[in-house]
Design a protein around this ligand. Structure first.
Ligand code: PHE
Length: 372
């Protein structure tokens, strides 16, 4: 049943009014979409950095962005036009996204191109900020000095491994199997009768097993013992010297020692031998030099805490090579004789430079190293 005529007129009028509003809303949306479609490519082009581009993109597609705002107006458009508008919005959104990605890639490429065409970084250029110069480690400095001295006396340098056979480190040097030095407590054993060499005397065995006398070698190298305190480090450095020939006597040994002391610690440095025991020498001795710390101008010694007020400081062990060692290496001890000596380079450097603590060598503090 139709409503009464008046009411019908009113309803018709309302409908017309609604239609007009919806049409206006659609026009607004269309214009806004067209304007955005027109303007966004230039806005993206204007963004120079990735961040600026992302900000611009958010202004359009973000939650409070322009396209989102347009989409919110969709409900005001005539129902029959909404589908088409929705499609236009989606198309524009895809265009915006595609442009965004393209521009993002272009910005990245420009950065990369700039990087690639920039002047290459030249590692060989001197630094702008002054950099402190490195220094020779005192152990290396002293080793070079000792090598130089012995080379001047006709000794050649012999090398050898840090991991050694028990035979070469102990057995052939005349250590009895139960010698305390062979103990687990004192040496670093690896596997299968190998150990980290406890001294450079293994090179005597190696050299004499490889070649026949006469020979004169020095052998600098790292050695390892289970010791760790103010005066001992589990790894330290030794230098062995030995000479084998006919009629070599203790006088030759003494002469070499005097020459070494004079060249290392100054002319006239007194040397004395004290009897001592090493399984691979007979006789054996420990060598002292006149204390370098309390030496007076006239050459006499005042005595100090470092030499325990004796005026003498121990520097190395030495002796005449034991016939047992020659025999173990296939050398006739009736014909050949020789001497050997072994010094700790940390100790030689301590005395030379007045270094108080062995730990300083291994800390590599530049303030320490810069002093040499
Ligand atoms: N090898 C001995 C040590 O490490 C030093 C030494 C070498 C002694 C040569 C005598 C002869 O203590």
């Amino acid at each position: 049943m139709l409503p009464p005529p008046r009411a019908r007129v009113r309803a018709e009028c309302g409908k017309d009014a609604t239609n007009a509003m919806e049409t206006a809303a659609k026009d607004t949306i269309d214009r806004a979409l067209a304007a955005l479609a027109e303007s966004f490519p230039a806005r993206f082009e204007a963004a120079e950095t990735e961040q600026a581009l992302r900000d611009e993109n958010a202004k359009i597609l973000g939650k409070k962005g322009e396209l989102t705002a347009i989409l919110k107006e969709l409900g005001k458009a005539p129902p029959e036009a909404r589908k088409a508008i929705g499609e236009s919005v989606n198309r524009l959104k895809r265009d915006v996204e595609a442009r965004f990605e393209a521009r993002l890639a272009a910005i990245a490429k420009r950065l990369r191109d700039a990087d690639l065409s920039a002047r290459p970084f030249d590692l060989t250029l001197p630094p702008r900020i002054p950099v402190g110069r490195g220094h020779k480690h005192p152990i290396n400095a002293v080793r070079e000095d000792v090598i130089e001295i012995f080379r001047g006396l006709g000794f050649a340098v012999h090398d050898g491994p840090d991991v050694e056979l028990e035979e070469n480190n102990f057995g052939k040097l005349g250590f009895p199997p139960d010698h305390p030095a062979t103990d687990m407590q004192d040496s670093f054993w690896t596997t299968g009768g190998h150990l980290l060499r406890t001294h450079t005397s293994n090179i005597q065995v190696r050299a004499m097993s490889l070649q026949k006398p006469p020979m004169a070698f020095i052998a600098p190298g790292s050695v390892f013992r289970r010791d760790d305190d103010a005066t001992h480090s589990p790894m330290f450095h030794q230098l062995e010297a030995f000479l084998v020939d006919e009629r070599v006597s203790m006088a030759h040994l003494r002469g070499v020692l005097a020459e070494f002391a004079a060249r290392m610690y100054g002319p006239g440095t007194p040397v004395r031998l004290r009897p001592s025991y090493f399984p691979f020498v007979e006789p054996g001795a420990e060598v002292d030099i006149g204390c370098v710390f309390c030496k007076r101008a006239d050459g006499t010694r005042a005595g100090c805490s470092l030499c325990k007020h004796t005026g003498w400081i121990e520097i190395l062990g030495c002796g005449m090579i034991h016939p047992v060692v020659f025999e173990a290496c296939g050398i006739d001890p009736e014909r050949w004789t020789g001497f050997a000596l072994g010094m700790g380079l940390e100790r030689i450097a301590m005395l030379r430079y007045g270094i108080p603590n062995i730990k300083l060598y291994f800390e590599n503090d530049p303030r320490f190293l810069a002093q040499f």
